[in-house]
Design a protein around this ligand. Structure first.
Ligand code: ADP
Length: 672
């Protein structure tokens, strides 16, 4: 879809008229899906239809309309207004003939819209305001290799907190490491008989995935060079239901990056294998219907059951599984709180790079738009009920129908109640949450969201049907179904903020990027970072700084990640930063070293900002000081420090320390 306009009427009308009354079951022309690009020649294109039929079966017939929301990129021919749908939901139809029950964009195609709903990615040069349903860079960030790297960085810092992601190696570059590590682990534990799963980067729907027992069975020839892959420890003991392996698809709304706002849908899908599970052996490794839970694969098995009931069949609601577990005495609150924690931690791993992409596409000072995005989290429950992250999908299918073969070669789309139950609510509530009218009530709302929970018990209480904002939504939107999307961040921020170290490293990186629109740091930017943060000294000369820059940048660029721009990418900068932290604060654990160095840098930069501010105001001159204030690469000599009003800088420093990890060390504690 291109765009839709919400909010031309009062909020109640929007909610009742559009989101609720018209529900949102989603049908792109001819493909019955939402959130997936419908080609028809023009990017980004129409994906959304709105209809009332399923959500409110009792709705009068005249309300049972379908409104297609169309492409932002207009077809050449002018639009002819056909039928007023009311200003509540104005839509621009995509290229191709309009159908009788479609509505058209009544205000002209180039008028700015409140919400732009893109099929695949953020990119669109003509959006300057409103909200876009995709973040720049998200598709790249959740690719298997990038996600594995981002999580690995967090695992280096916080191994226990990030043990929800299977041990992974990136191929081809880490193949030797993979072989060596596996050999060493086997030597130290001869009873360990692992299985590995090889997943091509950028693949989906089980495409190209295979299981191996021996590292040397990786198919290295040819394809890996052109298409890297992730090899991962295979989780051999998944939780089984009806003797079948299944995974969970959970929908997560990333509503905002800065400040971070995350919502999780209180129900998801459970997608089942179609052959009874057995632990992997050389004999059954190739049986995809036993080991891979992908719907797109299993639907082709003769055993796949399309059910009208959300509790049975090969695709069920996650809540039906939780009910079943609960009846067997399992602690489902704990399962749910572990899942929330997994989601928040994963997003914390993704945000640093997302921020780099964001400032590149929407540099500070450029008028809008803002972004939000629905993500699909694929999670596997282990036998002991521990959730493990399999992958994150930037463009999860919102299809609510499935194909049925009526006779050989003749297919028909039929409704899928389980998909509808889960997905309609996700779309409906996403629109409720990004409703532009809602911004007007932000003050009231922020009071609720600022209620940050402090205790572990709060997270444990976060069952799929609990939580204070659940009640609030009920009250303020009387008559509407309760929100299925549950805020988890900033609600639980206090429990997770200490993990956000790389975010702060990314903020330093962005500060020194210099040129607007770039994502890579040049050598001058890196030198300025070192100088401004006072990281160079007699043990670490500027020549060593240049060597560090060249070594790390060259290595990252040789991995073939992004050759479009030259320079140091964020991951390379993070690696350099970790090196510097280890050098400066030798005996601490890595996360404390990094936290200490961040504090140190932020402290010096705050002092520098303060000094620049004073220079700007001419305070220094008024005091008759001899200091001049260069605009760039400024170093404040210690001698002149008393000239500055350091209170604000120190206050800022204390403030930032209080938000971060308790183990953080003051700048003075640095050991060179
Ligand atoms: P795709 O994007 O191709 O679906 P996934 O990473 O989701 O790739 O993997 C496909 C399927 O393989 C998953 O749905 C899951 O059933 C299985 N799978 C993936 N990784 C693992 C793992 N580490 N352990 C066990 N099963 C896995």
């Amino acid at each position: 879809m291109g765009c839709c306009r919400l909010g031309s009427k009062s909020k109640e009308e929007v909610m009742a008229g559009t989101v609720l009354r018209f529900g949102l079951a989603l049908t792109g022309a001819g493909r019955s899906c939402f959130g997936c690009c419908i080609g028809r020649g023009a990017p980004p294109v129409l994906v959304l239809s709105v209809r009332v039929l399923r959500l409110l079966p009792a709705a009068p017939a005249e309300q049972r309309e379908v409104a297609d929301l169309g492409a932002l990129h207009a077809p050449a021919e002018p639009l002819v207004p056909r039928r007023a749908f009311g200003p509540v939901l104005a839509a621009e139809a995509g290229p191709g003939p309009l159908q009788a029950d479609q509505v058209e964009f009544p205000f002209g195609r180039r008028l700015p819209c409140d919400i732009y709903w893109h099929g695949v990615s953020f990119h669109d040069n003509y959006i300057f305001s409103g909200q876009v349903n995709k973040f720049p860079g998200m598709t790249e960030m959740v690719r298997k290799v990038t996600l594995s790297r981002a999580v690995r960085t967090m695992q280096d810092l916080f191994p226990v907190e990030y043990n929800f992601y299977p041990r992974s190696w990136i191929l081809p570059e880490e193949f030797p490491l993979f072989v060596t590590e596996v050999r060493m682990m086997k030597e130290s534990d001869p009873s360990w008989k692992p299985t590995f799963i090889v997943k091509p980067d950028g693949g989906c729907q089980g495409d190209g995935i295979y299981l191996i027992k021996d590292p040397n069975d990786v198919r290295l020839a040819g394809s890996l060079q052109s298409r890297p892959a992730v090899v991962q420890e295979y989780i051999c003991k998944p939780l089984l239901v009806d003797k079948l392996k299944f995974d969970i698809r959970l929908y997560v709304l990333l509503k905002s990056l800065e400040p971070l706002e995350i919502y999780i849908a209180k129900d998801g899908l459970s997608r089942f294998c179609t052959e009874p599970y057995q632990e992997p052996t050389l004999k059954n490794l190739h049986q995809v219907f036993m080991h891979l839970t992908n719907y797109s694969l299993n639907v082709h098995s003769g055993n796949f059951i399309h059910s009208d009931n959300v509790n049975t069949g090969s695709k069920r609601t996650f809540s039906s599984i939780l009910c079943r577990l609960s009846s067997r005495g399992a602690d489902v609150k704990k399962v749910w709180s572990d899942i929330i924690s997994l989601v928040i931690k994963t997003i914390i791993a993704l945000t640093p790079e997302l921020k780099v992409y964001y400032q590149s596409d929407i540099p500070a000072g450029k008028p809008g738009p803002t972004c939000f995005q629905i993500l699909g989290f694929d999670i596997l429950l282990m036998k002991n009920l521990k959730p493990m992250l399999l992958e994150v999908n930037a463009n999860p299918s919102m299809r609510i129908e499935h194909e049925q073969e009526l006779s050989p070669g003749v297919f028909e789309n039929v409704p899928s109640p389980v998909d509808e139950e889960v997905k309609v609510a996700v779309i409906r509530d996403t629109l409720r949450l990004v409703d532009p009218q809602k911004k007007k009530r932000k003050d009231i709302q922020s009071q609720t969201s600022e209620h940050v929970s402090e205790t572990r018990e709060d997270l444990l209480d976060a069952g799929p049907a609990g939580g204070p904002e659940y009640e609030t939504s009920k009250n303020t939107e009387a008559g509407l179904p309760s929100l299925c999307l549950k805020q988890v961040f900033p609600k639980y921020a206090k429990q997770f903020n200490y993990l956000r170290l790389v975010d702060r490293v990314a903020a330093l990186f962005i500060r020194f990027l210099g040129v607007k629109g770039t994502t890579k740091l040049g050598p001058t930017g890196f030198r300025t970072f070192i100088r401004n943060c006072k990281l160079s000294n007699s043990n670490f000369s500027m020549a060593s700084v240049d060597i560090l820059y060249i070594d790390i940048t060259r290595r990252w660029n040789s991995m073939g990640i992004d050759h479009k721009e030259s320079g140091m990418c964020l991951q390379a900068f993070v690696e350099a930063f970790f090196c510097l932290a280890q050098k400066k604060y030798k005996s601490l654990p890595l996360h404390e070293q990094v936290a200490s160095l961040i504090d140190f840098c932020e402290y010096h930069l705050a002092a520098l900002d303060e000094k620049r501010l004073l220079c700007g105001r001419g305070v220094v001159e008024r005091r008759g000081a001899v200091v001049t204030c260069p605009t760039d690469g400024l170093e404040v000599p210690a001698l002149h420090a008393p000239l500055l009003n350091r209170t604000a800088a120190a206050g800022k420093f204390a403030d930032c320390r209080s938000h971060h990890h308790p183990g953080a060390v003051s700048p003075g504690a640095g050991r060179d």
